[in-house]
Structures are given as structure tokens and as C-alpha cells.
Design a protein. Structure first.
Length: 112
């Protein structure tokens, strides 16, 4: 099943690339207006940013106050319980594929 999904996805990517190459870049710019707009104003550099001669200042910040609850996270109780999961496999029996399913135990971790 995973191989089928992988091949379907690869064919989809190849098809999208083929359509993009057929469209070409000339047809893709048809939706962009060719006049004075907000995009032209955004492309201009702002000279006020570069006029400041004063050096950059470094502000020391302590982020330690965010870790006030470290003790709680280090000393939580951990509990485990068992759960059941269904496991299915295909097997070749009597000239055809059959599906065999069974239950397996596994551990569930619970943090309190």
C-alpha cells in the first residue's frame, strides 16, 4: 500500500512539473499589474534606516524567570499500563492472499 501511495505521489509531482513547464514563465506574470502600486513602493530602499551614526546597543536580558517550574517537570511521577493493539499481516495461503489479525500487548507511559 505504501509503494502504491508513493508512486501515485511521484506521478502527481511529475505531472505538476510537466504542466508548469508547458505554462512557461511568460503566462504566469499575467496577474501582476504593471503600473505604480504598493509593490513598487516596497522595493525602494528606505534611507532613514542607514542615516543613524550611533553604534548599536546590546541589551542583556535574563530568561531565567521562565524556568520557575523546573522542579515540577523533573519530579513528576511516571506510571505505565498495558494496552492492546491490533496487528494484521498478509499471508499466502491456499493460492491466495489472506489477512491474519491478532492482538499484541504494549506499554502506555503516563506522566502525572
Amino acid at each position: 500500500m505504501e509503494r502504491r501511495l508513493f508512486l501515485t505521489g511521484m506521478l502527481g509531482v511529475a505531472g505538476a512539473a510537466a504542466l508548469a513547464s508547458l505554462a512557461g514563465p511568460g503566462k504566469a506574470v499575467a496577474g501582476i499589474p504593471g503600473g505604480n502600486g504598493i509593490l513598487d513602493e516596497l522595493d525602494k530602499p528606505d534611507n532613514a534606516v542607514f542615516e543613524g551614526d550611533d553604534p548599536a546597543e546590546v541589551e542583556l536580558v535574563s530568561h531565567r524567570h521562565h524556568h520557575y517550574g523546573d522542579w515540577y517537570w523533573r519530579h513528576r511521577r511516571r506510571r505505565r499500563r498495558r494496552g492492546w493493539r491490533h496487528v494484521c499481516r498478509r499471508v499466502w495461503r491456499h493460492g491466495r492472499w489472506r489477512r491474519r489479525c491478532w492482538r499484541e500487548r504494549y506499554w502506555i507511559n503516563i506522566w502525572l
